[in-house]
Ligand binder design. Structure first.
Ligand code: OSB
Ligand code: MG
Length: 369
């Protein structure tokens, strides 16, 4: 394949409800889609981060520059373009995993479409549907949280994740346990809001039988996560700390992670995400597929990944209606608490022309005429 044209489409889609985490509140999904046209087929992808670098160091405007000036020129110069060639061609550019993932995924979509193969088949999926969990933001009150959880359980979600921060942790977890019982698969996500000095406080969560506590401490501090795990019974799961398969292997080896949240965007794309799945499986460590409030363009390939055998826990792969009144693709709909694994070629979905027109704020040609 050869890249002929790359277009970036800035989209902004309102969320059905504000999503508050320890790092901020989101009211819309404001990002860009990448549309890569090659001589063989076309591909789509979605940049997973936000306009501000609050979850990770990357952000929308920065990623546009990195793609335009550093990543796309290197990939466009390849004599024979394949998705597997994107990471080697861009390896000298330090960091920028989310920007790299966007480019690799669009190229992979095009490559698989040229071969008529689905991403799920390519990655080695073993399921045709995956159980859906839901990530519930920090609320203004415990009753408001219980209402939200009740509604999600009524819709069929198979696992609840509560966002926590200092001042919103033991009390909401206790309230959800008391109301919905011990059998409810329940986990929490702190998005780096605590320090090792909070270990005794976090140990109070042990009595609630949580599946895991996600990213309690600093992103850069695997050592502190290992120390924390020695002091709490709840399994520590890493999200922000894991940027590549080597990170996952190191975290597992040092006891800093008993579970791994795999977000393809955070690790540079689906090829590295599969390596994390493989290295975790080799250690008997369960993984699950995280999310970044993606539109259908980002959600569809995540569902393909979540169908691999090591994805032993439900992911943050929720239905489109959990995020948007109207998605930019055909919506993903929950059936009995499951979402279907896409079967079409490539990522198995594309933007709906009418929705794309209405949600697009700006377009920019990054390569070609
Ligand atoms: O930490 O997992 C996270 C959303 C945006 C950024 C980071 C995270 C999240 C979520 C929601 O928890 C995941 C989703 O439903 O897509
Ligand atoms: Mg997380």
């Amino acid at each position: 394949m050869k890249i002929e044209h790359v277009e970036l489409l800035h989209v902004a889609i309102p969320l059905v409800t504000p999503f508050r985490t320890s790092f901020g509140t989101m009211t819309s999904k404001d990002t860009f889609l990448l549309h890569v046209v090659t001589d063989a087929a076309e591909g789509w992808s979605e940049f997973a981060a936000d306009p501000e670098p609050l979850y990770c160091s990357e952000f929308v405007a920065g990623a546009q520059i990195v793609l335009r000036d550093f990543l796309i020129p290197r990939v466009a110069a390849l004599p024979r373009l394949t998705a597997a060639g994107v990471a080697p061609a861009t390896a000298k550019i330090k960091g920028h995993q989310l920007a790299k993932a966007t480019l690799e995924t669009a190229v992979l979509d095009a490559e698989l479409r040229a071969h008529g193969m689905s991403l799920a088949t390519y990655l080695g999926a073993v399921h045709d549907r995956v159980p859906a969990g839901v990530s519930v933001g920090i609320k203004e009150s415990v009753p408001a949280l219980l209402d939200d959880v009740e509604r999600y359980l009524g819709e069929g979600y198979r696992r609840i994740k509560l966002k926590i921060e200092p001042g919103w942790d033991v009390e909401p977890v206790r309230a959800v346990r008391e109301r919905f019982g011990d059998a409810l698969p329940l986990q929490v996500d702190a998005n780096t809001a605590y320090s090792l000095a909070d270990a005794e406080h976090l140990r109070r969560l042990d009595e609630f039988g949580l599946l895991l506590i996600e990213e309690p401490l600093d992103e850069d501090d695997l050592y502190a996560h290992a120390r924390l795990q020695e002091r709490i019974a709840t399994p520590v799961c890493l999200d922000e700390s894991i940027h590549c398969a080597r990170d996952a292997a190191a975290a597992i080896a040092m006891g800093a992670a008993r579970v791994v949240n795999v977000k393809p965007a955070r690790v540079g794309g689906y090829l590295e995400a599969r390596r994390i799945h493989d290295v975790s499986a080799a250690h008997g460590v369960p993984v699950w597929c995280g999310g970044m409030l993606e539109t259908g363009i980002g959600r569809s390939p995540n569902l393909a990944l979540a169908a691999l055998p090591g994805f032993a826990l439900p992911g943050d792969t929720s239905a489109s209606s959990r995020y948007f009144a109207e998605d930019i693709t055909e919506p993903f709909v929950l059936h009995d608490g499951y979402l279907p694994v896409p079967t079409g070629p490539g990522i198995g979905i594309e933007p709906l022309a009418d929705a794309l027109r209405r949600f697009t704020r700006a377009r920019q040609t990054l390569w070609g005429e």
